[in-house]
Design a protein around this ligand. Structure first.
Ligand code: CMC
Length: 428
């Protein structure tokens, strides 16, 4: 008769242990009873980089990496990208259900009317160097925002948390746009609350002397869809950082600055920037075979390829490829697209990539669109961080509400010296 347990035999002692299985998972703490001697610490599981460890139960985002499936709260990403908009998806991710018409109107109004930042935040940003990386500015400014809202440290109060969540979602485009205007040496543009979330962002980036800025509807929609695609991605590096920092009961601005710092790395959300630099370096389709030989010889990575979870085409990359054409119709075709398509063509046929299930991820094509839209390359990670804000905050809320969660504190396998006596400097 089948039972939801697993039996482990410890061949050191001959003892067997029956551990319960819940949701195809054993609880790592159940291993602790496995000991050779009663005063042993007990067995740990060893999992560097968390390759096979679930750190939480979650109801937010579902990924089936083998089939290339991504769903927020059960809704397929393809349907959300087609039929929804970023603020509606943000509401869904945070609250678990799609909003009613009234709830959406209220939510949209609140977000669009909290876009301004304190003038001192503007002044704070003005003191970065003229060539500061926008993501560095973004991370530092989000951290600094906690000092403007000291009540944000009261994380036990759900109403207070809601206010900070709304503020963060509303204000990150403003901080991002200020960082862009800063590196361009242009005056910062204040938000226009009559525009959509993406439309206002474009306004703060591009507005010059016109009284009423009107975003191009194709670019506004493309950006909104890109925001939907980046909104959450379950327990990735940045989100894990958000949960770990949040588990110490740090305020959401501080935790989010840490999450954004994790996102900045080139193996994570910084990959979109690296992809573009790689495509520029390759320069021409004729240089692709030599570049790919270098990848296969392990001299470098093919940026924008591979994923810890997806062992199939990243569904986000498919959608991005589609919207690229719409952007190119407005802004002209990005010539780097040919280089990217040739890299992809070879990678999908070559044994090295096929055997390792290396497919394009979300960052492979997003940079090509961002560049066609006129964004400087260093802005790309920031464009990832704006929409991921909602995912980080939803995961943070879920972590705080979960009675199983405590302060994050991994164990280690200590392999260093046993106790030894201090040697005075003269005797070393
Ligand atoms: N180019 C060449 N080889 C690769 C690549 C790549 N982009 N990615 C993985 N491999 C190889 C890797 O060398 C290893 O080969 P072997 O087993 O022979 O040693 C095998 O594929 C498995 O890779 P891994 O490094 O063990 O996989 P991982 O799950 O630890 O890393 C990854 C995932 C995304 C960090 C990695 O694929 C990578 O570095 N990709 C390039 C950076 C990138 O595009 N990052 C964006 C990820 S998607 C957006 C996001 O979620 O942030």
């Amino acid at each position: 008769m089948s039972k939801d347990t697993v039996t482990i035999t410890d061949n050191r002692t001959g003892k067997t242990y029956e551990l319960p299985i819940t949701n195809d998972t054993i609880n790592a703490i159940d291993l602790r009873q496995i000991k050779v001697n009663p005063d042993d610490f007990g067995m740990l599981s060893y999992d560097p980089a968390f390759k096979n460890t679930a750190s939480t139960e979650s109801t937010i985002t579902y990924i089936d990496g083998d089939k290339g499936i991504l769903r927020y709260r059960g809704y397929p990403i393809e349907q959300l990208a087609e039929d929804s908009n970023y603020l509606e998806v943000a509401y869904l991710i945070l609250n678990g259900e799609l909003p009613t018409e009234t709830a959406y109107a209220e939510w949209e109004y609140e977000i669009l009317h909290h876009t301004f930042v304190h003038e001192n935040i503007k002044r704070f940003m003005q003191h970065f160097r003229y060539d500061a990386h926008p993501m560095g500015m973004f991370i530092a400014t989000v951290a600094a925002m906690s000092t403007f809202y000291p009540e944000c440290r009261n994380i036990a109060d759900p109403h207070n948390r809601e206010i900070q969540i709304m503020r963060l979602i509303a204000k990150v485009p403003t901080v991002a746009a200020f960082s862009y205007r800063h590196i361009r040496g242009l005056p910062y543009v204040y938000p226009d609350n009559d525009l959509s979330y993406a439309g206002n962002f474009l306004n703060m980036l591009d507005k010059m002397t016109e009284v009423n800025y009107k975003p191009n509807p194709v670019l506004e929609r493309a950006l909104d869809v890109l925001f939907i695609l980046h909104a959450d991605h379950e327990q990735n590096c940045g989100t894990a950082a958000m949960r770990v920092i949040g588990s110490s009961q740090a305020d959401p601005y501080t935790a989010m600055a840490g999450a954004a710092a994790a996102l900045f790395g080139p193996l994570h959300g910084g990959a979109n920037e690296k992809v573009l630099r790689m495509l520029l370096e390759i320069g021409d389709v004729k240089n692709v075979p030599a570049f790919m030989e270098g990848v296969k010889n392990r001299e470098r990575l093919l940026m924008g390829f591979g994923h810890r979870v997806y062992k199939n085409y990243d569904p986000r990359a498919k959608i991005i490829k589609r919207i690229a054409d719409e952007v190119f119709e407005v802004k002209g075709r990005n010539p780097l697209l040919d280089v990217a398509l040739e890299l992809e063509r070879i990678a999908l046929e070559d044994d090295f990539f096929v055997e390792r299930n290396l497919y394009p991820n979300v960052d492979f094509y997003s940079g090509i669109i961002y560049q066609a839209m006129g964004f400087p390359i260093s802005m790309f990670p920031v464009l990832f961080a704006i929409p991921r804000t909602v995912g980080w905050l939803a995961q943070w809320q879920e972590m705080l509400a979960d009675p199983a969660q405590k302060i994050a504190r991994p164990r280690q396998v200590y392999l260093g010296y046993d106790e030894r006596d201090f040697v005075p400097m003269a005797n070393r």
